[in-house]
Design a binder for this molecule. Structure first.
Ligand code: GDP
Ligand code: PGA
Ligand code: MN
Ligand code: MN
Length: 611
């Protein structure tokens, strides 16, 4: 047995509640060694991981890792929110009683760290000094070194963050045990994995994965699921899967801040890292605050909604990242940045990485190239066209590496929010942008956000997989309460943000091309929205919101067919009427949905009928 007290003394970790927690779990998982880590340990841990073959070099200060081939994405079916109150059961949170889940996880974790090191990762999910800091501290215990390296990039890590707590008990207890990955029955009826947030006990127990989305407990489980619950239980804030960016109009000096949610793999990271289109000249600057999580609250001093990114880094999708689509992302993963690539293709002779869309064609010389499973590309069967990189392969880099990160990205005061946007992958019906000024209608729009079902067989034609506010995988309590909480929090603001729905993904059904060029051109839609909020443009009223007229959009230098532009600036009333039926069925699943939301739904439906 490790002498826990001695290890914690040597690490100078003083918080008595944290010490009890570490000792408690060490007795259950029985590690051979315990190590308390901080950001200062990064270089040593990287070297250890390289020596152990957990990482491979990918250029100066760049590294590569593969996760087990059945462990490459978040598992929504195995993710559970447990509490002691059955009323917390929602449609999407897979609610189970805490009394059932906790003993089950303890049994799975018992003795599971024998022969391994338990890393103790004290972290903070907020800029220090934030008004939401009381909800931001946590301690992850993990048995996997690459998880530590990712946590150091994605959150602020060090014992000082838990030793400074006003109440030593207010940290999230986050236990990660990888388990025996080849023997967990991933995706079979005998699946052993469980990813549980015991929300009312602020305890996270994840067993059966070492992939980022399941194993970086500060990010997804704490930053979203736990914080979603805490924001509601405290009555004080919202925690959402939102990107957050700033737009500066250098001519007028005006700054706007836009945040918003798109389901995973729908463009949040790309939008937050966008740059002003070259064709708009030097007038606008876009600044990055966050790409995946925003916590929102109302500042009583000025009555405005404020937002901040609790993360310290970016965990971005690699696929299609290139000089044209996202030069900012490429700049943030340059040699010397400390970036880690996961599950892309890797060349173990030249130590290069590649992913689909990095260059138009894959490298011509196949020597040394291995796909994300570690198999040699040169030994593939003829005609095997499967991707070299996993579609969910990622890069991990710190915010400070992002070239357009805002100067005040760590300001604990956060930034005032002008606009809240929602968007998903919808190939028809949803226009480029439609603005919504009414709070209940904005919340209603968020609740009916969806993206196309991925497998044709599973979906009804034209019907979306709804993903309320992009929080479906992170919803911690019942959706009716969630909607009421949104109305309450944003309703406190004396200056309301404008809402909008955006869509970069309409396609021509004939040949499938995207009607809108997307990526950095998306800024044009956001500029219009900010100008609408300021009364500089008026737009055109439709039953589902205000749309830009063509001459209001900044279209200088944009290459787009007039026919495509016409479609993305129009409302297809027939398709919208059909959608209203789907929405009604979707919303009916939620208990206690506030009457204001139903009123908004009926208003929109009526306006469409009258159209
Ligand atoms: P996130 O998971 O929401 O952060 O989404 P990402 O920004 O990582 O993007 C997911 C995928 O969508 C990537 O393959 C991007 O290249 C692609 N994507 C992002 N923005 C756009 C866009 O405006 N248009 C098109 N066509 N694709 C996009
Ligand atoms: P994503 O973030 O939204 O960029 O995919 C990671 C995740 O949601 O797992
Ligand atoms: Mn996400
Ligand atoms: Mn992202």
């Amino acid at each position: 047995m490790v002498d826990v007290e001695k290890v914690l003394d040597e690490a100078g970790l003083k918080n008595p509640r944290v010490r009890e927690y570490v000792a408690h779990w060490a007795a259950i998982t029985e590690p051979d060694r315990i190590e308390v880590v901080s950001a200062a340990d990064d270089a040593r841990l990287v070297q250890e991981a390289l020596d152990a073959g957990e990482l491979q070099p990918a250029g100066e200060g760049l590294d590569y890792s593969r996760s087990y081939h059945k462990d490459t994405a978040r598992s929504e079916e195995r993710t559970i929110v447990a509490t002691n109150n059955p009323q917390d059961r929602g449609v999407y949170n897979n609610w189970r009683p805490a009394s059932e889940m906790k003993p089950m996880l303890v049994e799975r974790m018992r003795g599971a760290s024998r022969g391994k090191t338990m890393y103790v990762i004290p972290y903070l999910m907020a800029p220090p000094g934030s008004p939401l800091e009381p909800f931001a501290a946590g301690v992850e215990l993990t048995d996997t070194r690459t998880v530590v390296l990712h946590m150091i990039r994605m959150s602020r890590v060090g014992a000082e963050y838990v030793d400074a707590l006003a109440d030593p008990d207010t940290f999230v207890r986050a236990v990660h045990v990888t388990g025996d990955l080849p023997n967990l029955g991933q995706g079979t009826p005998d699946d052993q994995r469980y990813f549980v947030t015991v929300a009312d006990e602020r305890t996270i127990l994840h067993y059966g994965s070492s992939y980022g989305g399941n194993a970086l407990l500060g990010k997804i489980a704490h930053g979203l699921r736990q914080a979603c619950y805490d924001g509601w239980a405290s009555g004080g804030f919202l925690a959402e899967q939102f990107m957050l960016l700033g737009i500066i109009d250098k001519e007028t000096g005006k700054r706007y801040h836009v945040c918003g949610g798109f389901p995973s793999a729908s463009g949040k990271t790309n939008l937050a890292m966008t740059l002003a289109p070259d064709a708009l000249g030097d007038r606008y600057r876009v600044e990055f605050y966050g790409d995946d999580i925003a916590w929102l609250w109302v500042n009583p001093d000025d009555g405005r909604v404020y937002g901040m990114n609790p993360e310290f880094g970016v965990f971005g999708v690699a696929k299609d990242t290139n000089e044209l689509t996202n030069p900012t992302a490429l700049d943030s993963i340059q040699p010397g940045s400390g970036a880690i690539f996961t599950n892309v293709a890797y060349n173990d002779q030249t130590e290069e990485v590649w992913w689909e869309g990095k260059t138009k064609e894959p490298p011509a010389d196949l020597t040394g190239w291995r796909d994300w499973k570690g198999e040699l590309i040169s030994e593939r069967e003829p005609g095997d066209t499967s991707p070299w990189a996993h579609p969910n392969s990622r890069f991990t880099t710190t915010l400070a590496n992002v070239p357009n990160v805002a100067a005040n990205f760590e300001d604990p005061a956060g930034v005032p929010i002008d606009a809240i946007i929602f968007g998903g992958r919808t190939s028809d019906r949803e226009p480029l942008v439609r603005a919504i000024r009414d709070l209940a209608e904005g919340v209603y729009d968020g609740l009916t956000l969806g993206a196309e079902a991925t497998f044709a067989a599973e979906g009804v034609d034209g019907q979306l997989r709804y993903d309320p506010m992009s929080m479906r995988p992170f919803m911690a309590y019942s959706e009716g309460e969630y909607a009421a909480h949104w109305l309450r929090i944003i309703g406190q603001a004396t200056e309301q943000p404008i809402f909008a729905h955006v869509n970069w993904f309409q396609r021509d059904p004939e040949d499938g091309h995207f009607r809108w060029p997307g990526y950095r051109e998306n800024l044009r839609a956001l500029l219009w929205l900010c100008e609408l909020k300021d009364g500089l443009v008026t737009g055109r009223e439709t039953p589902v919101g205000v749309l830009p007229t063509q001459d209001e959009l900044h279209l200088d230098g944009l290459e787009i067919d007039q026919a495509d532009l016409d479609v993305i600036l129009t409302i297809d009333t027939e398709r919208w009427r059909q959608e209203m039926g789907f929405r009604e069925a979707h919303l009916k699943q939620f208990d206690n949905l506030p009457e204001e939301i139903w009123e908004a739904h009926r208003r929109v439906a009526q306006a469409l009928d009258d159209d």
